[in-house]
Design a protein around this ligand. Structure first.
Ligand SMILES: Cc1ncc(C[n+]2csc(CCOP(=O)(O)OP(=O)(O)O)c2C)c(N)n1
Ligand SMILES: [Mg+2]
Length: 374
């Protein structure tokens, strides 16, 4: 279940620019927030189900890769709490999401059908992108998910532009844009957030800070201690958040989104996470990350912490976990089958939708390709 309406905050609970990341759950899963937890049991459970589905989907992607069914994957394990928290904080199908290539967890929690996800990964007719994108590039027209691009930070100016349009037209929507720590060194990042701040547009900029941009560590990326403090330069709030804590990700994003919706302008939310896998299937992370570091972060697994929280509230049991795993595994297996059954994408689709009017040289190439493949 995803909430379609969210209450507008009457008070602001979170301080920007905190030294320590904002957390609402201790490592042992105790609620440590200083405000009342106002989520119902259905949503509390759904957050866990989505995180588990993302973790299992990540594993599936690896299996599909190893069996030669997909050509590429960008692992998301470790980012689940961040992506699922943000997805539930926005109004699905009303607000817009501007994701990047590591955000299939965000797409899943926003409700992109599994068959479309696997169709996009494999590149079959089940893919609304018609098989023309690299795997791991989510999008959805009905759910207002802007098509992810590989070019780091290139989707951030369009998010600001969309938010400006929302403001001018008074649509009551918010544009939520996610990206990695590496993206914060791009000129597009500064230009987009600066303009958003000047125009006070309804946008939220969310950094999934996993402390690496492929092999470039955080210390080589920026001299600031946090990403959040860069918001000072734009004159907007910057929240430093424990992104391994799904409730902190959810509540801080929700506040930032509702603040934007209420006309108070954009904010920057830094979700501190860790990617457990390599940067992508084309990367060997053992060449630049000590195994002990990965192990240390594995001790802080976002699913385990949240499971402890649910168990304390009588909302988790081993039996439920077993059922969930079975259900999710079955749903994903069926979706893969359906995506494959949809059939291969015809190669000549690559010429469609590029220009409004067909161009003579592309039509010639289409004919050549057709003849070649016959
Ligand atoms: C403009 C641009 N430069 C370089 C690349 C190559 N590249 C792809 S992903 C990536 C790292 C991005 O890291 P980050 O923003 O931290 O996101 P993460 O992958 O860690 O989630 C780079 C350098 C690119 N795709 N686009
Ligand atoms: Mg990164």
């Amino acid at each position: 279940m995803v909430r379609e309406t969210l209450p507008v905050m009457e008070t602001e609970w979170f301080q920007p620019f905190t030294e320590q990341p904002i957390a609402l759950l201790s490592e042992e899963g105790e609620w440590i927030g200083d405000f009342p937890l106002d989520l119902d049991e259905t949503l509390l459970r759904q957050l866990y189900r989505d995180m588990l589905a993302v973790r299992l989907m990540d594993e599936r992607f690896t299996v599909l890769l190893r069996t030669g069914k997909i050509s590429f994957t960008a692992p998301m394990a470790g980012h689940e709490a961040a992506q699922v928290g943000v997805a539930h904080a926005l109004r699905r199908g009303h607000d817009w999401a501007f994701p990047y290539y590591r955000d299939y967890g965000l797409a899943l929690a926003l409700g992109v059908p599994l068959v479309e996800i696997f169709g996009q990964m494999i590149g079959t007719r089940a893919d609304p992108n018609k098989g023309r994108q690299m795997p791991c590039h989510p999008s959805s027209r009905p759910l207002n998910i802007f098509a992810a691009a590989s070019t780091v930070a290139s989707h951030i100016p369009p998010a600001t532009g969309a938010a400006l349009s929302m403001k001018i037209q008074g649509t009551g929507q918010v544009a939520v844009c996610t990206f990695g720590d590496g993206a914060t060194s791009e000129g597009d990042w500064y230009a987009a957030i600066n303009f958003a701040a000047v125009q006070r547009v309804p946008a939220v900029f969310v950094c999934e800070n996993n402390r690496y941009a492929i092999s470039v560590p955080y210390s080589c990326q920026t001299a600031t201690r946090t990403i959040a403090e860069k918001a000072h330069a734009f004159g907007i709030p910057g929240y430093h958040v424990d992104g391994m804590d799904v409730l902190a990700s959810y509540y801080v994003s929700r506040e930032a989104i509702e603040r934007a919706r209420a006309g108070h302008g954009p904010s920057l939310v830094e979700l501190v996470v860790y990617r457990y896998g390599a940067h992508s299937s084309a990367d060997d992370d053992s060449r630049y990350r000590p195994r002990e570091e990965v192990e240390l972060w594995r001790q802080r697994d976002p699913l385990v912490r949240y499971q402890r929280f649910l168990a304390r509230h009588g909302l988790w049991s081993e039996e439920w976990e077993r059922q969930l795993r079975e259900e999710i595994a079955r749903e994903q297996a069926e979706a893969i089958e359906a995506a494959e059954r949809a059939g291969e994408v015809p190669a000549e689709w690559m010429f469609d939708d590029v220009y409004a009017e067909p161009l003579w040289h592309l039509e010639r190439q289409r004919a050549l390709l057709r003849a070649e493949l016959q």
